[in-house]
Unconditional design. Structure first.
Length: 314
C-alpha cells in the first residue's frame, strides 16, 4: 500500500511539473506576440496584425520585424509597409535608440504615405524590449520631413492612432513663439502660421519651430540649431521636453533666461500646457550654462517679454 501511495504521489508531482512547464512556455510565447502594423490599400490608415517573434536577441528581433514589414500580409485589404522601392541600408541599436538608414528613394513617397510608413515602422519595432526611440536617416544623414524640419528621435506615443480611420495629413495652425531681441536680453513674440502633420503633437511642433529659428529680421534665435528633440510629452498640464546634450552648447549671444523662457512661454501658449520641465537625455539634475538649474518646472514669465513701442514712438 505504501509503495502504491508513493507511486501515486510521484505521478501527481510529475503532472504538476509538466503543467507548470506548459504554463511557463505559454507565458513566454504570449510575451513574444507583438502588433505588426501594415498600411491599407488606399494608403489612408495603418492596421495592426498579431505576430509572434521568434528571435531572442534585440537586434535580431528588430531585423525579423523589418523583414515581416516587407512581406505582403494575408489580409487582402492590407499591403506591406516597407514596399519594394524602400531600401534599408543598415540598422544600429545603441542605448535604447534604433537608427534605421534608408536609401534616398525613401523620399520618393507622397507625404501622406510616408507618415504612415514611418508610424507603422516605429510602432512595430518599439515593441522590442530595449528599443525606446527610433531615428530615420537617409544615406547617413538625419531625415528631414517635407516641412524642412529634422524628424529626430521618435516614439510610438507621438503618432496619433489612425487605425481604421482616414488620416488628414496636414493642417494649418498659428503658433505664438518667443525668440530673442537684438541683444539677447529679452523675448520677442512672433506669430507663425505652420502647415504641420497631424501625427506630430503641437508641443513637439513648437519645439521644432523654436529650433528652426525666426523667419523675421525683428527676432533672433535662442536655441542651438543642432539640438535634437528626444521626446516631448504632457502630463497634468506639465510639458516635459527631453533634449539631447547639444542644447547645453549655446552658439548665440542670448542670456540663459531668454533661452529657457523662449521654450516655456512658447509652450504655455498651448491650451493644455501650464508649466514646463526641461530634461537633457532624460536627466533633470542639470545646470544650464551654470546659471539655471533645470530640476524644476517653469511657468510663464512675461517680465522678459519686450514691449513693442507704439508706431512712431522713439
Amino acid at each position: 500500500m505504501r509503495k502504491w501511495l508513493g507511486l501515486m504521489c510521484l505521478l501527481v508531482l510529475s503532472l504538476c511539473l509538466l503543467g507548470c512547464k506548459a504554463g511557463a512556455d505559454g507565458d513566454e510565447e504570449q510575451q513574444n506576440i507583438v502588433q505588426v502594423y501594415y498600411i491599407n490599400r488606399d494608403e489612408t490608415a495603418i492596421r495592426a496584425v498579431e505576430y509572434q517573434v521568434t528571435s531572442v536577441e534585440k537586434t535580431e528581433a528588430v531585423a525579423e520585424l523589418l523583414t515581416v514589414l516587407k512581406t505582403e500580409p494575408e489580409e487582402n485589404e492590407l499591403k506591406a509597409t516597407i514596399f519594394s522601392t524602400i531600401e534599408i541600408y543598415s540598422c544600429r541599436l545603441s542605448e535604447g535608440r534604433l537608427i534605421i538608414d534608408f536609401a534616398k528613394t525613401y523620399k520618393d513617397m507622397l507625404p501622406t504615405t510616408e507618415i504612415l510608413v514611418r508610424a507603422a515602422i516605429v510602432r512595430t519595432v518599439t515593441q522590442v524590449e530595449g528599443v525606446e526611440y527610433v531615428e530615420f536617416e537617409i544615406e547617413g544623414e538625419s531625415m528631414i520631413d517635407y516641412a524642412g524640419i529634422v524628424v529626430g528621435a521618435m516614439t510610438s506615443g507621438q503618432f496619433i492612432d489612425n487605425t481604421g480611420t482616414e488620416i488628414n495629413a496636414y493642417e494649418e495652425v498659428t503658433l505664438q513663439l518667443y525668440f530673442a531681441n537684438a541683444d539677447g536680453t529679452a523675448l520677442v513674440p512672433v506669430s507663425r502660421k505652420v502647415e504641420y502633420n497631424t501625427n506630430v503633437s503641437l508641443e513637439k511642433l513648437v519645439m521644432e519651430q523654436l529650433i528652426k529659428g525666426p523667419d523675421t529680421m525683428d527676432a533672433n534665435p535662442t536655441i542651438n540649431p543642432e539640438t535634437k528633440i528626444i521626446n516631448v510629452t504632457v502630463n497634468d498640464g506639465t510639458c516635459y521636453v527631453n533634449l539631447d546634450q547639444t542644447f547645453l552648447t549655446q552658439v548665440y549671444t542670448v542670456s540663459s533666461e531668454v533661452t529657457i523662457y523662449s521654450i516655456v512661454n512658447s509652450l504655455v501658449e498651448l491650451d493644455n500646457v501650464n508649466k514646463v520641465q526641461i530634461l537633457i537625455n532624460g536627466e533633470s539634475e542639470i545646470s544650464f550654462r551654470e546659471s539655471m538649474n533645470l530640476n524644476t518646472t517653469f511657468g510663464r514669465n512675461l517680465d522678459l517679454v519686450e514691449e513693442k513701442l507704439p508706431q512712431g514712438a522713439e
